[in-house]
Ligand binder design. Sequence first.
Ligand SMILES: C[S@@+](CC[C@H](N)C(=O)[O-])C[C@H]1O[C@@H](n2cnc3c(N)ncnc32)[C@H](O)[C@@H]1O
Length: 285
Amino acid sequence: MVTDRPQTAASALESAAELLQGAGVVDARREAARLAEAAWSLDAGQARLHPDRVLGQAEADHLARLANRRAGGEPLAHVTGTIGFRHLLLAADGRALIPRPETEGLVALVLDRMGVGVVADVCTGSGCIALSLAQEGRYQRVIGVDSSREALAQARENGERAGLAIEWRLGDLIGPLRGESLDVLVANPPYLTDREYHMLEPAVRAWEPRVALESGKDGLDATRQLLREGHTVVKPGGWIALEVDCHRAADVAALAAGSGWIEPAVHMDLYDRARYVLARRSETS
Ligand SMILES: C[S@@+](CC[C@H](N)C(=O)[O-])C[C@H]1O[C@@H](n2cnc3c(N)ncnc32)[C@H](O)[C@@H]1O
């Protein structure tokens, strides 16, 4: 039955959750609450605080629009426009890869080993790694590099919003770092094969940049180049820290050893998958 009764926050949330559920969204209620917080400019966790609040038409329409976009398959982060990463709230609108929770672990490993000096985050995307290191570490300088102009623009905006000073540089992998003497080179490069890319969820392929995900026949083009050329910009005793595909962590550790890095070690992510490879440049090479 259609009534002219004004919608309350609770009834609008319920309608949004039903729409999402019908579209196959797994955690429909939680996501409906996130959409409501974005639509009604509320802080996280506030959507359900006042269930009897009567909504204005614009508020009800705004939530319905966001819920329709999400039900159509657009990633939640793009619809809300934001994504949390460690202590940061970053913009997410398709110009860069949406930061994944696994990548937070790479930041923790770097901070544990070398929280000072000069650090460069190559393949910076949204800037999530560079910005977290700048926020949580005590680095003298933090550099962020990406070959995508769009991604770098998003990283720059994220940096400005967070009030963090990063040297953003456009270019190919190590290229923009020539002449640097880094304490840490960190990267979450693209690391899927063409076949793996085509097996990703359709929403990832539809909404996220391919250049952020795929890297040659064996998925290792960018990783191999970082390991081969990283020596030229990392100082003796300094670190290289890479996020890798969990099926190729041992291969990457072997590649690191073969490229002259010492003490290569594989580390697990929060899902207990082999996700990171860290190694050092020898003090004497
Ligand atoms: C897996 S995403 C990582 C983004 C971000 N660091 C994160 O962890 O969410 C890889 C990034 O590498 C960038 N990229 C791809 N090839 C590159 C290259 N040859 N040189 C520099 N950046 C590259 C892409 O534009 C993309 O932003």
